[in-house]
Design a protein around this ligand. Sequence first.
Ligand SMILES: C[S@@+](CC[C@H](N)C(=O)[O-])C[C@H]1O[C@@H](n2cnc3c(N)ncnc32)[C@H](O)[C@@H]1O
Length: 248
Amino acid sequence: MSSAQLYDSIGASYTVTRRTEPRIAARVWAALGDARTVLNVGAGTGSYEPPGRDVTAVEPSALMRAQRAAGAARCVAAVAERLPFEDESFDAAMAFSTVHHWQDPIAGLREMKRVALRVVVFTHASSDAGCRRRFWLTRDYLPEVADLVAGRPWLAEQARAIGAHTEPVLIPWDCADGFFEAYWRRPEAYLDDHVRRAVSVWARVGPDAEQRAVRSLRDDLASGRWAERNRDLVALDAAELGLRLLVA
Ligand SMILES: C[S@@+](CC[C@H](N)C(=O)[O-])C[C@H]1O[C@@H](n2cnc3c(N)ncnc32)[C@H](O)[C@@H]1O
């Protein structure tokens, strides 16, 4: 199943927990500089589209396109790997939390570079085992994430493909956008079906791994084992979990 098809099946409740996190949006919008025309690739429901600029969105999933707010930017049905635009059509192109879904991330990033003068991408370094170990959810409950990212291009390779530099993005403890890592200091959230349904990782690991991870986390929260293992997190307001901005 392609990722667009995946979102046509799992995207129905996306907006229940997925929305703009203002502190991360501010980083993305600052990195766009003074770009007036902006292409948002893998735009979904439009969470991170910058106000006050001329935005065009690209989104392959019909279900995601249908959930865009009335008055949201014009949205084209297409994929990152084949952007239907002339060279240098936009001042900037951005992509938020979508590159890991692309069939060919390098081709998609090169397409962004072709059609825009500046490229800003928010993504994660999950091909890196060190990053996966840093997050208790993948380390202790969902090691299957390693299989999902096996063979995917490393972050450094993605950055090299478009001549980007990378900037770490720390995730605030009360992150408003419910992506996979968002609840690192609120572990009970992962027991909630709504939280898991809006994150593709859970669909992709399959129901057996999902149920085992949830059961095991619930037990560890009840017994105090989670708190014991992760006591250092309580004092943190933001965590380094491998999320990055690529800026070219
Ligand atoms: C996690 S959602 C992120 C949506 C939005 N950027 C946001 O931050 O809310 C990932 C999106 O990438 C889209 N997608 C999947 N494959 C894609 C591709 N090859 N090119 C562009 N977008 C793709 C999905 O349909 C989905 O809407």
